[in-house]
Write a protein that binds this ligand. Sequence first.
Ligand code: URA
Length: 280
Amino acid sequence: MIERTREQSLEALSWLVDAGADEAIGEAPVNRLKAGNADTSSPLTRRAISAPPARGAPPSPTRGEGNKAAEAVSLSTAPGAARALAASSNNLSELKTALENFDGCELKKHATTTVFADGNPLGRIMLIGEAPGRDEDIQGLPFIGRAGKLLDLMLASIGLDRTKVYITNVLNWRPPQNRDPSPEEAAACLPFLHRHIELAEPQIIILLGAVAARHVLGTSEGIMRLRGKWETYQSAGLNRAIPVMPTLHPAYLLRQASAKRLAWRDLLTVREKIEQLGLA
Ligand code: URA
């Protein structure tokens, strides 16, 4: 074992964090390149250590190919199964349980918890973000990390807080490394979100960021074009159109402080609507 100074260890740790590592999965490091240490379940190492096929034998499928048929079935049936489960949920608590029991979304395999919602389910304003991050995955509640703290300040600027609004995400499980969800992952979660909206019966929906705007409004238009203008969400179950305000995601505002003035304008527009609808 190489002896390291504290500074060298910190430097190595900082390198790992910069490279995207955000979780410790073992007490001691493992050199997977050393003979005998290879993790045979890893797609990266499996190809390297498997024996070459005998001459004339059909090529054995790679890990990806071998699982394709099974994956195709689950990927194609997941949205249908999600729709059936969501539709059979008669209230928010049943919907939460249905999600916790649903195994049709790949993201769940990597996540610690199912993140359902926070805030007041009776609040008439529903906020929809993208997906849980690291803090949310650990604590099981949406928007409680740095972006959530900024969201709280944004809400407070127009007289709102979590006792008055209801908050959820398009995805209920954290994507590894906070990457964008794949279309299949989103498709497996969307039926739950649609039912979530029906059961929560909001009078106003605020969409936080591009992913929420894309999936809730079903548009490929960028968030910079969509933000600040009222759109509508047609809920089949509620039989009415709900006004929707797309705005910038607080995580984006943490990186682009100059964009806060745009979000502020959007929030003022929401405030006007709240007053118009007598929700204040
Ligand atoms: N970002 C989101 O979109 N949702 C969360 O819950 C946290 C961060």
